[in-house]
Design a protein around this ligand. Structure first.
Ligand code: GLU
Length: 310
């Protein structure tokens, strides 16, 4: 299927080097975008924690794999007005309320009988104006969405229909910074992104984001949540697991093109080049299970360190 409009994207948070799991997601996002004739955009998600030099390192890593992207490269910090405008729209529609809860308050409320873990229990939803004015004196509030639904269903190209919870999630933190869920929806729409390829860990955030997009009158993107890279213990791959970044692997004798080939091999794709992989790319043949990465095998053999995963 060829589609000539729209764009896909990769949206790393510049908190450190990318590991092979992140790089695999980036390659998949590129393959999904390019195989459907979409533009491929890169957005640096720098509203939150940023580590000096991490953005430059990540760009170098992506380039070393041979990935190309269309300009302009964007950063969330480029233009805060678009988040303010979205928040204003929601406020005018009566969809926001101030929340004064601490993490502790929410944890306590969530342990009450009938509470659903991970779902905001609505503590501040119906505070009176006098109460809010009193609480505001003590600390600035976060802003939450006054959600009109409990669940929302999205369609995911690899995972099918996925119905997930939508609670009164935070859209602006109490330090004034837009939340990830707000920013991602606003940013994707602003850039004309209509294909969101990212790690499976974010699947459960998609119903909140799709619902928010609907409230803001934005088109829903196509979602593709791709399998995560896990360590041999079944936990999400992390740098502490060993040599899993390009830099570490290079120091063990595996260069970036070899790492790319390991990743392509783990996806069941030809390993000679990204171009060859693109020709062979067929989402219906992708492995659906997590990629089990054993760092010592990665660096010692340069061969795909994968467990059978289909
Ligand atoms: N910045 C997020 C991350 O690095 C990805 C967000 C997204 O793709 O929606 O995990």
């Amino acid at each position: 299927m060829r589609e000539s409009t729209g764009a896909g994207r990769f949206a790393p948070s510049p908190t450190g080097e990318l590991h092979v799991g992140n790089l695999r997601t980036a390659i998949l996002a590129w393959l999904f975008a390019r195989s459907t004739d979409r533009r491929f955009l890169l957005r640096i998600e720098d509203l939150d924690r940023v580590r000096a030099g991490a953005e430059q390192a990540q760009l170098r890593e992506l380039m070393a794999l041979g990935l190309t992207w269309d300009s302009p490269l964007t950063r969330q910090s480029d233009d805060g007005h678009r988040y303010v405008r979205a928040l204003e729209n929601l406020r005018h529609a009566g969809m926001l309320y101030e929340c004064f809860c601490t993490r502790r308050d929410i944890a306590d409320a969530s342990s009450a009988p009938h509470a659903v873990p991970g779902i905001y229990p609505g503590t501040c939803r119906d505070l009176g104006e006098a109460e809010r004015a009193r609480l505001r004196l003590a600390k600035p509030p976060a802003l939450r969405l006054r959600s009109g639904v409990d669940t929302w269903t999205i369609i995911d190209e690899l995972n099918g229909n996925y119905a997930g919870s939508v609670d009164d999630f935070v859209v602006r933190r109490n330090d004034g910074v837009p939340s990830y869920n707000l920013a991602v929806v606003v940013d994707d729409a602003a850039a004309g992104i209509d294909q969101v390829v990212r790690g499976y860990d974010l699947l459960s955030s998609s119903p909140r984001q799709a619902y928010l997009g609907e409230l803001l009158g934005l088109p829903t993107p196509r979602y593709v949540h791709v399998p995560l890279a896990l360590n041999p213990d079944g936990r999400r791959l992390a740098k502490r697991d060993g040599a899993v970044t390009l830099e570490d692997l290079a120091s063990q004798g595996l260069d970036a093109s070899q790492v790319r080939d390991v990743i392509l091999g783990s996806l069941g794709l030809p390993t000679a080049s990204l171009a060859d992989a693109l020709v062979a790319f067929d989402p219906s043949n992708l492995p659906r299970a997590p990629w089990i990465v054993s760092p010592s095998r990665l660096s010692s053999t340069g061969m795909p360190s994968v467990t059978p995963n289909r």
